[in-house]
Design a protein around this ligand. Structure first.
Ligand SMILES: Nc1ncnc2c1ncn2[C@@H]1O[C@H](COP(=O)(O)OP(=O)(O)OP(=O)(O)O)[C@@H](O)[C@H]1O
Ligand SMILES: [Mg+2]
Length: 220
C-alpha cells in the first residue's frame, strides 16, 4: 500500500489546553494511521481525550506538538465529523438540516435530495424529514446529525459518541447506518464510545486513558 493510501496520520501528536500550572494535556503524543476501509473504535472514560483526538484527526484542533497530516485526503472536503454535542439549525427542518453542508458546499438543491433521502433512510429518520428540530427528541436529533454527515459521503467518517443519547436498539441501528455507509463508499470509520457492545462491532479497538492512546492489544 502506498503512502497516499493513508487518509490521516498522527505522529506523536499532542494537544494541550491552556498554559502553565493550569494546562491540561488532553492528548499525549498519539501515533495513529487510518486507511480506507478501517473500522476503529476509541474507548475510554469521560475526560480521557477521545473528543480531543477526534478533533485532531478532523483538523479542528492543531497539535500542540507532533504532527497530524492527511496524505490521501483533502481535509476540507473529505472528512465528516459527527460532533458529540451536535446542534441542528432551529429554523430548518430535518431534511434541510441534513442538506445544509451540501448546499453550503455549492451543490444545487435538486442534487441534494437523493443523498439526503438515502442518509435519512439509513438512520431511520425518513419520517422526520419535515419536522423542525424543536419537534424531535434529543435521540432523533442525534440520528439526524449522523445523517447530515453521511449525506456528504466523506472518505473519513469520525463519529463522537454517536450512540451516547440512544437506547441500545436505536444505538445499534445508528451504528448499522455508519457501517453500511462506510461499506458502500469504502470510507474509513472512527467511532468513540463508552459502550463495549458498540466497540465490539468495529474491527479494531483502542483505549484512551488520561490522554494516552493505548496500543491495540490493551483493549479486550
Ligand atoms: N476546550 C477545552 N479547554 C480546556 N480543556 C479542555 C477543552 N476540551 C477538553 N478539555 C479537557 O481535556 C481533557 C480531555 O477532554 P475530552 O473532551 O477530549 O475527553 P472525552 O474522552 O471526549 O470525554 P467524554 O467521554 O466526557 O466526552 C479533559 O480533561 C477536558 O476537561
Ligand atoms: Mg468526548
Amino acid at each position: 500500500m502506498s503512502g497516499t493510501d493513508v487518509l490521516v496520520v498522527c505522529e506523536n501528536a499532542a494537544l494541550t489546553f491552556g498554559r502553565g500550572a493550569t494546562a491540561v494535556v488532553a492528548v499525549h503524543g498519539a501515533d495513529l494511521s487510518i486507511r480506507p476501509g478501517d473500522r476503529l473504535a476509541i474507548v475510554g472514560p469521560s475526560g480521557s481525550g477521545k473528543s480531543s483526538l477526534l478533533h485532531l484527526l478532523a483538523g479542528l484542533e492543531r497539535p500542540t506538538s507532533g504532527t497530524v497530516s492527511w496524505p490521501g485526503l483533502d481535509p476540507s472536503a473529505g472528512i465528516g465529523l459527527v460532533f458529540q454535542a451536535d446542534s441542528l439549525v432551529p429554523a430548518l427542518d430535518v431534511a434541510e438540516n441534513t442538506a445544509l453542508p451540501l448546499v453550503l458546499a455549492g451543490r444545487p438543491e435538486a442534487q441534494t435530495r437523493r443523498p439526503v433521502a438515502d442518509a435519512l433512510d439509513l438512520v431511520g429518520a425518513s419520517d422526520l424529514a419535515d419536522r423542525l428540530p424543536e419537534e424531535i427528541s434529543g435521540g432523533q436529533a442525534q440520528r439526524v446529525a449522523v445523517a447530515r454527515v453521511l449525506a456528504q459521503q466523506p472518505r473519513l467518517i469520525l463519529a463522537d459518541e454517536p450512540t451516547g443519547r440512544l437506547d441500545h436498539a436505536t444505538g445499534a441501528r445508528v451504528l448499522d447506518a455508519l457501517l453500511t455507509a462506510a461499506d458502500r463508499t469504502g470510507a474509513a470509520l472512527v467511532v468513540t464510545t463508552h459502550d463495549p457492545a458498540i466497540a465490539a462491532r468495529l474491527t479494531v479497538r483502542r483505549a484512551m486513558h488520561d490522554g494516552r492512546l493505548l496500543a491495540q492489544e490493551d483493549v479486550s
